[in-house]
Design a protein around this ligand. Structure first.
Ligand code: FAD
Ligand code: NAD
Length: 487
C-alpha cells in the first residue's frame, strides 16, 4: 500500500544504495519523514575507513571503527527500511532495481524469500542467493568503488587489498603466517628471506599508511617478541611515479621519504609493477637520470595492493544504459545537484562518481549533507506540483506557480569545501596540508601533527561509542603493546 501525506499526495520511495561515507551522511542529513526511505547495502554497517590501515596490526580494533546501519536508522525522525543486499542491476527506464542477497540461512527460514523473490543455491558453497526487485521514485547511488588492478596479471589472485573489514583480517592472518613460517626456517635460507619480504604496491595514502603501520608493529612489538625475525623482516613500498603522496605539498613528500629512510622502509619510486606470481612481483624501473627502463623481480611473502579505485560492475552497467554516460570511464557523470547526467531521478555521490573532486571520504560526506538538503527542496517542489494538479478552492494558483518556478530556478549546486589532507606515515608521525578559510594554508609534519591527526580522526568518528573505543584501543596499545596472536 502506497503511504500518503495528509493532503493525499503519495509519499515517494527514495532508495539509497550503500552504507558508506556518502550514503550514511545523506541518511543523517535527510528528513526521513518526507520519503519512504529504503537503504540497500551488502554491508550492514558503516566503516570508518581512515582508521582501517591501523587495524591489520591491531593498533585499532575493527569493532571500534564500525557502526551498525540500524543504530543510525533508529535515530532517524521517520521510518527507514534497511535491506542487506547488493544491487546487481539498475533499470533506469522502469525505475527498478534487482537485488541479490547471499545468505547461509536457508530460504525457508530467512523470512525474505517471499513474493517475487527467487532463490538459487550455488552449487558447492552452501550459500544461497536470493534475488528480488525493488521499485523507486528517486534513487541515490552511493556504492563506492572497488580496488583497481589495471588488469595486471596475477594481482587479483595473489594480493590482498585494503578496502573492507575482510581485507584487514586477511592481511593480519597472512602477516602472522609469514612471520611464523619464516621462524621455523634457518637463518640465511632464501625462503625465509622471501617470506619476510612485505611488498606494498601504490604510494598513495593507503599504501603509505599501511606500510607505516606494519613497520610500527615490527619496531614497537615484534622486536620484543621475536628480535631475530624483526631484524630480517623488510617492508618495501613500490610506486610507479617519482614520488609518493602526490596530493601533498613537496615538503611533506620529502619529509615522508626521510621518515621511511630512518625507519628502514624500502621506498622504490619510478617502479611500476607489471606482473605478479605467487612468490614474486616483476616491476619496470625507470631511471631518474636518462629515463631508460629495466626489469627487476622482488620476491615477497605478502603483497598488499593499493593502487586506487575502479568502478563497480553495477556502476559500469548503469553507465552503459544511459547515452549521456557514454564517456563515463571512471565513474558516473553528475551535474551540480549530483543528478546523474541523462536521468531525471537518479542521483549519485562519492567514489562511484567522476567529478573534479578527489574520491575521498571528505568529499562523499559533504555530498551527502548537500543531498540531504536537496531532497527537502525536491519534496517542496513535488508538494507544490501536487497542489497545482489538485487545487483546493482556497489555493492561489498564481502565487503557487510563482513559488514553484522560483524554487526550481534557485536550486543550489554542490560546493566542495576542502579542509585539507592528513596521512599517517608511521613512527608516530603524520603529515597534514590544512586549509583554514581562503587565507591560510598550513603544511606540517611530525609528532605534533600525529597528535593532531589522532584528534581529528576521533572528532570525525561517527558515534561517541566509536570515539571511546578507538581511544581505549590507543591506550591499550601504549600500555601493553599490540597483540601478536594470529586470531
Ligand atoms: P564507500 O564508503 O566505499 O561505501 C560504499 C558502500 O556501498 C558500502 O557500504 C558498500 O558495501 C556498498 N555497496 C557496494 N556495492 C553495492 C551494491 N552493488 N549495491 C548496494 N550497495 C553496495 N578518505 C579521506 O578523506 N580521508 C582518509 O583518511 C581516508 N582514508 C582511507 C583509508 C582507506 C584504507 C581507504 C580504502 C580509503 C580511505 N579514504 C579516505 C577514502 C574514502 O574511504 C572513500 O573516498 C569513501 O569511502 C567514499 O565513500 P562512498 O560512500 O562513495 O563509498
Ligand atoms: P591513489 O590513487 O591515491 O594512489 C595509488 C598509487 O598507486 C598512485 O600513486 C599510482 O601511481 C600507484 N600505482 C598505480 N599502479 C601502480 C603499479 N602498477 N605499480 C606501482 N605503483 C602503481 O590510491 P589510494 O591510496 O588507494 O587512495 C584512493 C583514494 O582514497 C584517494 O583519493 C585517496 O586520497 C583516498 N585516501 C585518502 C587517505 C587520507 O586522506 N589519509 C587515505 C587513504 C585513501
Amino acid at each position: 500500500q502506497v503511504p500518503l501525506f495528509e493532503n493525499g499526495q503519495k509519499k515517494k520511495t527514495l532508495v539509497i544504495l550503500g552504507s558508506g561515507w556518502g550514503s550514511i551522511s545523506l541518511l543523517k542529513n535527510l528528513d526521513t519523514t518526507l520519503y519512504n526511505v529504503v537503504v540497500v547495502s551488502p554491508r550492514n554497517y558503516f566503516l570508518f575507513t581512515p582508521l582501517l590501515p591501523s587495524c591489520p596490526t591491531g593498533t585499532v580494533e575493527l569493532r571500534s571503527i564500525i557502526e551498525p546501519v540500524r543504530s543510525i536508522t533508529r535515530n532517524s525522525p521517520g521510518e527507514v527500511i534497511y535491506l542487506e543486499a547488493e544491487a546487481t542491476d539498475i533499470d533506469p527506464i522502469n525505475n527498478k532495481l534487482t537485488l541479490k542477497q547471499s545468505t547461509t540461512v536457508h530460504s525457508g527460514h530467512s523470512g525474505k524469500d517471499t513474493g517475487s523473490a527467487k532463490s538459487t543455491v550455488s552449487e558447492y558453497s552452501g550459500v544461497e542467493e536470493i534475488t528480488t526487485s525493488l521499485n523507486y521514485d528517486y534513487l541515490v547511488v552511493g556504492v563506492g568503488a572497488q580496488p583497481s588492478t589495471f588488469g595486471i596479471p596475477g594481482v587479483a589472485e595473489h594480493s590482498t587489498f585494503l578496502k573492507e573489514v575482510s581485507d584487514s583480517i586477511k592481511i593480519r592472518k597472512r602477516l602472522m603466517d609469514v612471520i611464523e613460517a619464516a621462524n621455523i626456517l634457518p637463518k640465511g635460507d632464501p625462503e625465509r628471506k622471501r617470506l619476510l619480504s612485505i611488498v606494498v604496491c601504490g604510494g598513495g595514502p593507503t599504501g603509505v599508511e599501511v606500510a607505516g603501520e606494519i613497520q610500527d608493529y615490527i619496531d614497537q612489538d615484534l622486536k620484543k617478541w621475536m628480535p631475530e625475525v624483526a631484524s630480517e623482516i623488510k617492508v618495501t613500498l613500490v610506486e610507479a611515479l617519482p614520488n609518493v603522496l602526490n596530493m601533498f605539498n613537496k615538503k611533506l613528500v620529502d619529509y615522508t621519504k626521510q621518515v621511511f629512510e630512518d625507519t628502514n622502509i624500502d621506498l622504490r619510486t619510478n617502479t611500476m609493477i607489471k606482473k605478479v606470481d605467487d612468490k614474486t612481483v616483476s616491476a619496470q624501473v625507470k631511471s631518474a637520470k636518462d629515463g631508460s627502463t629495466s626489469m627487476i623481480d622482488i620476491p615477497y611473502g605478502m603483497l598488499i595492493w593499493a593502487t586506487g579505485n575502479a568502478q563497480r560492475p553495477v556502476t559500469q552497467s548503469l553507465t552503459s544504459k544511459i547515452d549521456e554516460q557514454k564517456n563515463a570511464r571512471r565513474g558516473l557523470l553528475v551535474n551540480e545537484q549530483m543528478l546523474v547526467d541523462g536521468s531525471k531521478n537518479i542521483f549519485a555521490l562519492g567514489d562511484c562518481t567522476f567529478t573534479k573532486c578527489a574520491p575521498t571520504a571528505q568529499v562523499a560526506f559533504q555530498e551527502g549533507i548537500f543531498l540531504g538538503k536537496h531532497f527537502a527542496k525536491l519534496h517542496e517542489i513535488d508538494t507544490l506540483q501536487y497542489q497545482l494538479a489538485h487545487p483546493t478552492p482556497t489555493d492561489n494558483i498564481e502565487r503557487l506557480t510563482k513559488k514553484l518556478s522560483k524554487l526550481q530556478e534557485k536550486l543550489p549546486g554542490f560546493v566542495y569545501n576542502h579542509q585539507g589532507s592528513l596521512a599517517y606515515i608511521g613512527s608516530e608521525r603524520a603529515v597534514a596540508d590544512l586549509v583554514w578559510g581562503d587565507w591560510s594554508n598550513v603544511t606540517t609534519g611530525g609528532t605534533l601533527t600525529f597528535l593532531f591527526w589522532r584528534s581529528a580522526y576521533i572528532y570525525m568518528c561517527l558515534s561517541v561509542k566509536n570515539q571511546i573505543l578507538v581511544c581505549l584501543d590507543w591506550v591499550k596499545v601504549s600500555m601493553f603493546g599490540r597483540d601478536i596472536s594470529k586470531e
